[in-house]
Design a protein around this ligand. Structure first.
Ligand SMILES: *Cc1c(COP(=O)(O)O)cnc(C)c1O
Length: 370
């Protein structure tokens, strides 16, 4: 029995394919449990502690340092721990970086990119510079297909579209305008060059930690050009100047996210995670490709996500039978998003390989018996 199987039997935990909030490393949950009543001899829980106390200051500083180490974040980038999820970033980005008389460009490869664009349009002038909507959001374009974006305030992309399961396979090449990327569902899953972006943001609850926290990594010179005069919570410059402590931050989420960073560092860093993620996704994509068309992948092969694997069955009836069979074998959360239908297996960093093997076996068995 592997370590995961042992802990699964001990705790009654099941394989959780949820798209988010999603599974966390068992070691992190156990550490949080050990620290719950008395964090590091402080005599209190992180949930009960002042965000201006020495123990919390060291928690947030270490989380930042570990994230910088994991992603090799250059010194001329700030790291912010904010609230409001990725969805508030949709608005904040336009509020801060889209001035009167300017226009922003959006590369839309799925549902989240659409939402980001709609939010920006409430704040100013924003347009699609590339959309995969007509093709049904099945692929990410090559960067060479994106038109020249010179003159735009910024261009926004979504590295992994969580609902459609479509992922860019490389960092953008220069597009002529500052590049902003929503990495909510694939941050820390594979190496990226932070310097290819002017601002990266990611909600914590897919690959990093509990909901309630959004991480922003931004080039200082880009932040310096943000508008002034916004409400302080919405102003990146205020948040940066106050090192994410303008008000009470989501302390518990930052603490658990910090534990996830430590866990990643001790298990081979991002390249270790990438190797595990490639192997995990391959097991399930192979099960799709070897099913003689019974299971069909939603995304085109070159744009397949390593994090969210979307596929359909020949009918809605078979889909619901399959999901029932998954539930019966403790494979949970496989129902696809209502807009795409079918199934979605979300296999973020912390999702164990055993769960992918179990799903692939069930797929093969189900096909034979149906
Ligand atoms: C989940 C998700 C969001 C929304 O995140 P919230 O934190 O719920 O606002 C945005 N973008 C992507 C790519 C996501 O996966």
């Amino acid at each position: 029995m592997s370590a995961t199987d042992i802990s699964a039997t001990k705790t009654g935990r099941i394989f959780n394919f949820s798209a988010g909030p999603s599974t966390l490393p068992i070691e992190v949950l156990e550490q949080a449990q050990r620290d719950l009543l008395n964090y590091d001899g402080s005599g209190m829980s992180v949930m009960e502690m002042s965000h201006r106390s020495a123990p919390f200051e060291s928690i947030i500083n270490r989380a930042e340092a570990d994230l910088r180490a994991l992603l090799a974040i250059p010194d001329d980038y700030s790291v912010l721990f904010l609230q409001g999820g990725a969805s508030l970033q949709f608005s904040m980005i336009a509020m801060n970086f889209l001035a009167e008389g300017q226009e922003a460009g959006y590369i839309v490869t799925g549902a989240w990119g659409e939402k980001a664009l709609e939010s920006a349009q409430l704040e100013g002038s924003a347009k699609e510079v590339h959309s995969q909507k007509e093709g049904g959001y099945k692929k990410a374009p090559s960067w060479a297909e994106i038109p020249d974006c010179r003159g735009l305030a910024y261009v926004h992309c979504t590295s992994n579209e969580t609902i459609q399961g479509v992922e860019f396979s490389s960092d953008p090449s220069p597009l002529g305008a500052p590049i902003i990327c929503d990495m909510s569902s694939d941050i820390l899953s594979r190496p990226v060059h932070v310097s290819a972006y002017d601002l990266i943001y990611a909600g914590a609850q897919k690959n990093m930690g509990p909901a309630g926290l959004v991480v922003v990594i931004a080039k200082k010179s880009f932040l310096a050009g943000a508008k002034s005069g916004l409400g302080p919570m919405l102003d990146y410059k205020v948040q940066d100047k106050n090192k994410s402590l303008y008000n009470t931050p989501p302390c518990w989420s930052i603490y658990v996210t910090g534990l996830v960073f430590q866990h990643l560092l001790s298990t081979g860093g991002i390249s270790g995670a990438e190797a595990r993620n490639r192997a995990k996704a391959k097991v399930i994509y192979d099960a799709i490709d070897q099913s003689d068309g019974f299971f069909k992948g939603h995304a085109e092969v070159g744009s397949r996500s390593l994090m969210n694997i979307t596929f359909t069955l020949p009918s809605d009836e078979l889909t619901s039978q399959f999901i029932k069979a998954c539930d019966q074998t403790q494979l949970d959360g496989l129902k696809g998003h209502r807009s795409v239908g079918g199934c979605r297996a979300s296999v973020y960093n912390a999702f164990p390989r055993e769960g992918c093997d179990r799903l692939a076996e069930l797929m093969a068995d189900f096909r034979k018996s149906h």
